[in-house]
Design a protein around this ligand. Structure first.
Ligand code: LHQ
Length: 259
């Protein structure tokens, strides 16, 4: 249910249940988590692209999955989140390598919020982001209430979550929810260009940059200055820092190893 293709130092991970708009069942959860783990551990993997097969990116939970834990007499959806969705969101955020999400089509429910958990989100102009949860009597999950509120503010976050209305890729980009909307035909080309560039970059520093930016909105300036000091101390001891400065002084492009 997940395809993994290695292109140079970029791993392309494709959610692959197109007849169900790549919605998640347990098998797809396990396959995605394993693919992300493998890339985290593999020095040859220095950037990831997450995308979907077919016309959609991901429609969230597979609602046709007859798992009694989800539709029985007393379902415990909190447990489903704790077991599957929350660890996935935490894994994407903690992964010390950049994750580019190429949203190729509709991203609904948890599918939208998993996209937003990635580091750089590119979307095809035809793609839509839908907080579909309220339409089935649920609450946005997988970080949705956090990402929407942080990126958009309460007014837009609440309206999107309460109405479940679709947000176009273009508006999502204008509002600062995602990085860019691009023409459908060039989505993968653009995603590969960004991921390829990042895969040639100072991977260790990128991991630290993720940490710093993710910590920022929960920190005071004082605490953030301390964190930057600690992370910069670490970055300053990397091979790539030495290489970056040498290359600058020698007026040549750097050859980063990620170490
Ligand atoms: C689907 C799905 C789907 C199964 C399309 N499941 N088949 C966490 C904790 C525990 C439990 C609950 O959930 C969660 C997190 C969540 O993600 S809750 C939110 C779950 N997702 C949704 O509510 C979205 C449901 N889907 C839709 O509203 C529409 O399909 C969208 C707006 C995504 C796309 O609409 P269309 O482009 O018109 O496509 P479609 O509806 O015709 O779907 C195409 C096929 O995919 C269709 O199958 P069929 O056999 O009729 O061709 C759909 O049944 C199937 N599909 N989403 N989530």
């Amino acid at each position: 249910s997940v395809l993994v293709e290695q292109r140079g130092n970029v791993a392309i991970i494709t959610l692959n249940r197109p007849d169900k708009l790549n919605s998640f069942n347990e098998v797809q959860h396990a396959a995605l988590r394993a693919a992300l783990d493998r890339c985290a551990d593999d020095e040859a993997c220095r950037a990831i692209i997450l995308t979907g097969a077919g016309r959609g990116f991901c429609a969230g939970q597979d609602l046709s999955d007859r798992d009694p834990a989800m539709l029985g007499e007393a379902p415990d959806l909190g447990r489903t989140l704790e077991t599957f969705y929350n660890p996935l969101v935490r894994q994407l955020r903690a992964l010390p390598k950049p994750v580019v999400c190429a949203v190729n089509g509709v991203a609904a429910g948890a599918g939208a919020n998993i996209a937003l958990a990635c580091d750089i989100v590119l979307a095809a102009r035809s793609a839509k982001f839908i907080q579909a949860f309220s339409k089935i009597g649920l609450v946005p999950d997988s970080g949705g209430t956090w990402f929407l509120t942080r990126h958009l503010g309460e007014a837009r976050a609440k309206a999107l979550a309460l109405t479940g209305d679709a947000l176009s890729a273009e508006t999502a980009a204008e509002w600062g929810l995602i990085w860019r909307a691009v023409d459908d035909a060039v989505l993968m080309e653009e995603a590969l260009a960004i991921a390829g560039r990042l895969a040639d970059g100072p991977t260790h520093a990128y991991g630290l940059i993720k940490q710093a930016i993710q910590a920022a909105s929960g920190n005071t300036l004082d605490a953030q200055l301390d964190l930057e000091r600690d992370l910069q101390r670490e970055a300053g001891r990397s091979d790539d820092y030495r290489e970056g400065v040498s290359a600058f002084l020698e007026k040549r492009p750097p050859r980063f190893t990620g170490l």
